[in-house]
Design a binder for this molecule. Structure first.
Ligand code: SF4
Ligand code: FES
Length: 255
């Protein structure tokens, strides 16, 4: 077999715990056809020996669905933030360099804490509130044209890649980032979610909201789901103007 003796070289940025200093460790692992980055990491887990032949600790990373749906396995692969479950070894230049995303606190090795994304979703009330204790019957219908673009927005998997790409999201900034803003547009467009539109607009026009978008447009380029993030942000900016008029003239908008 031609591939029998082929190896894959990986350079992995490691960190033993949240406050520890990062360091690099190299690994040479046996090549198999159709490997992705996760199967390469699993090989290291199976046999944690580094390129110097020293026994080491297994590399730690996060994952869930293994089909680019949960977003948990995101990391920086050869300089580009992406999902390690769909990053194919055959399509990557070697050595393959793996680093944790820098926008989020590192928990260990390649696993980061994406809590800031989930906190942002809470901050903007990114849900449709329903009382689950009784049958609400059929909800209002959405126009098909609206449903189609709303479906695109619903593909967000909170992977964090758009926050990693955004120059305005970092540990010193309160900016909630493009993903949460796009979810506001999604939930504001929902016939039931719309009832809480004013509260969401209060949140996105406040601290860490729309004002902190610098319009770099990196997010829309980076999103693996092709979500039209800049279109969402532009639409929300228009909505914010309407919101501020309503606030100024004191309508019963919140009721
Ligand atoms: S908008 Fe795209 S890049 Fe950002 S978190 Fe959602 S899926 Fe990931
Ligand atoms: S494991 Fe869920 S997106 Fe990769």
């Amino acid at each position: 077999m031609a591939d029998e003796n082929k190896t894959i070289k990986l350079i992995i940025q490691r960190q033993d715990e949240p406050e520890a200093a990062p360091y690099e460790e190299e690994f040479d692992i046996p090549y198999r056809n159709n490997m992705n980055v996760i199967s390469a990491l699993m090989e290291i887990r199976r046999n944690p020996v580094n390129a110097k032949g020293e026994q080491t600790t297994p590399v730690f990373w996060d994952m869930g669905c293994l089909e680019e749906v949960c977003g948990a396995c995101s990391m920086v692969i050869n300089g580009e933030a992406q999902q390690s479950c769909t990053a194919l070894i055959d399509q990557l230049e070697q050595p393959v360099k793996l680093e944790p995303m820098k926008t989020f606190p590192v928990m260990r090795d390649l696993a980061v804490d994406r809590s800031r994304m989930f906190d942002s979703l809470k901050q903007v009330k990114a849900w449709v509130p329903i009382d689950g204790t009784y049958d609400l019957g059929e909800g209002p219908r959405m126009a098909e044209s609206k449903r189609q673009w709303a479906y695109e927005l619903s593909k967000c998997m909170t992977c964090g890649v758009c926050l990693e790409a955004c120059p305005n999201v970092n540990s010193n900034s309160e900016f909630i980032g493009p993903a949460a803003l796009s979810q506001v547009r999604l939930f504001n467009s929902h016939p039931t979610g719309e009832f809480h539109k004013a509260e969401r607009m209060d949140a996105v026009t406040g601290e860490g909201g729309l004002q902190q978008c610098g319009n770099s447009q990196n997010c829309v380029e980076a999103c693996p789901k092709g979500i039209p993030l800049t279109t969402s942000i532009a639409a929300l900016n228009r909505e914010a103007t309407v919101h501020s008029f309503k606030e100024f003239f004191g309508s019963d908008y919140h009721n």
